[in-house]
Design a protein around this ligand. Sequence first.
Ligand SMILES: [Zn+2]
Ligand SMILES: [Zn+2]
Length: 257
Amino acid sequence: MQVTFLGTGDSMGTPRVYCDCEVCGEARSGGLNRRYRSSILLETEGELPLLLDCGPDWRRQMEAICRRGIAQALITHAHFDHIGGLTEWADACRWREEKGRLYAPEEVLREIVSRFPWIGGQLSMLANDGGMDYGEWRITPWRVNHGKNGYAYAYRFESKKNRRAWAYCSDSIHLEPEQKAPLRGLSLLVLGTSFVEENYPVETRSVYDMREGVELAAETKPGRVLFTHLSHDVDVRADYGLPANVSLALTGMTVSV
Ligand SMILES: [Zn+2]
Ligand SMILES: [Zn+2]
């Protein structure tokens, strides 16, 4: 499977509109830290591309990869930075006279419909609680703690050919032991870590920081780790002394799993 990072930013993206910090300045001048809201594009043999999350930068992300349409998407949770582009995607489907397929766990679909009651007219809402097939891959969502924000879902991808597995877990913190179980045996873990070290009271936090992400990786032992969902606190040019198998996802990069 090919995984392309269309966005690697946190809920506000980088630069943050209100902010004049050094990283935001570098991002503003078109630098390496310019980050759209987190989203990836999946491609596998014999299947149409599958978008994972559809935030408010969806339109620019589609332009960046020169795609005129997308047939299907998976959603992790119904926060604005992950679903803000759904209305534009739905509108695009209307103009293209096609119906997009939107996959998410039942409770996420319900939240999306309560936000955008008309959206079912252009997008088929398909619950994937029990998992779904994508070419040679079995995709299974699981519920993860999202701190002060409640819960989100993460996705595990398992090859039916060779037991290869990887996971995308963009919005989580303080995972319970049973929530960590799907992180075992991965060749790649894509993990959301918004800050380098987030020294705010624990009850106000909602996403792992990089230091905790390194600990989680040491515990679950994936072959490779890519941090995403990065806020303006993270400078992709800096050397954070990360372990050799851990690095930062960059906008536009493609990895094969
Ligand atoms: Zn998020
Ligand atoms: Zn900033």
